[in-house]
Ligand binder design. Structure first.
Ligand code: PXG
Length: 290
């Protein structure tokens, strides 16, 4: 494995970041989690576009062009001999002093790791997940936009811990008004009487790359997909629920806060999305080895 940091590729043991990096000291930075399938980086352009948008929103200028950053991702995969794997691309505010002001950080840090991943074991895809609603609310949009994929994941981690405490595999995060936002690392879709609904971004969701693809796949297949507010009630009485994300891909949720969803098994429409998504991951993407 070779890890890219600021222009150099390092062995895993030597891939190190300064303790004065504001990404570490303050969570001041942005990142992307990207997948590679079958020798190709899936949705690379979409992930990079979101990274540049996240950076712009926090007034962080990525000191590299889009094309060069794309080359870094591909080269990291090549040097790490990845055909199927998980890429973590991070841009931090860089090394500064112990004050939180970014103007003491002259140069952002860029690093990229390409490794293998299995977020959930295969049985979760066959049987579906048990999920819970987290008592921790989503950070309101006026405090930190959920569209920014920043290094501040503490809100999500607290919700994840609560899920772990209850023995749930994921946690639903509600916004401060009690509407469903998303899960700790995935977007959520709910099916009721043939209509599929996912919360709007402004409810507190990340504009998931997988979410976008699922909306497109579903609409192409003639399904009605709405972007609308959802409450816990909508989840409890759903016919099917599934989660989407780069890590989780598409996975059913079959129990929410003790309520069984549908017949307690991944439903037919969820299974159809799982299969269409898998096909797409195998067929498309930017070639690593040319
Ligand atoms: N919401 C949040 C809060 C996320 O962190 C998603 C939604 C799904 O977005 P994408 O663009 O991936 O469809 C995410 C992404 C991990 C892991 O290791 C988590 C994500 C992505 C990749 C890996 O837990 N979350």
């Amino acid at each position: 494995m070779k890890i890219y940091i600021d222009g150099t590729y390092y062995d895993k043991e030597n891939a190190k970041i300064s303790v004065f990096d504001h990404g570490l000291l303050y969570g001041d930075g942005v990142f992307e989690g990207i997948r590679a399938y079958n020798g190709r980086v899936f949705l690379l352009k979409e992930h990079l576009e979101r990274l540049y948008d996240s950076a712009k929103a926090i007034m962080l200028t990525i000191p590299m062009s889009f094309d060069d950053l794309q080359k870094v991702v591909l080269e990291t995969c090549r040097l790490s001999e990845i055909r199927n794997g998980y890429i973590r691309l991070v841009v931090t505010r860089g090394v500064g002093n112990l004050g939180l002001s970014p103007d003491k950080c002259p140069k952002p840090t860029i690093f990229c790791i390409a490794d293998t991943i299995q977020l959930y074991p295969p049985e979760y895809y066959e049987k579906g997940l048990r999920i819970n609603t987290s008592p921790t609310q989503r950070i309101p949009q006026g405090a930190l936009s959920s569209s920014i994929k920043s290094l501040n994941y503490l809100n999500n981690i607290l919700a994840k811990i609560e899920g772990n405490l209850y023995g749930a595999q994921e946690s639903i995060m509600l916004n401060h008004e009690g509407y469903v936002a998303e899960c700790t690392g995935d977007n959520i879709f709910v099916l009721k009487k043939g209509i599929i609904t996912t919360p709007p971004i402004w409810a507190g969701a990340l504009a998931g790359v997988t979410r976008r693809v699922i909306i497109d796949i579903g609409r192409l297949a003639g399904r009605e997909i709405r972007v609308d507010m959802l409450t816990r009630y909508d989840l409890f009485v759903a016919d099917e629920i599934f989660l989407t994300g780069t890590g989780a891909e598409v996975v059913a949720a079959v129990e929410v806060d003790g309520r069984v969803i549908g017949n307690g098994k991944p439903g037919p429409i969820t299974l159809d999305f799982i299969s269409r998504y898998r096909d797409l991951t195998q067929m498309s993407g930017v070639a690593i080895y040319t």
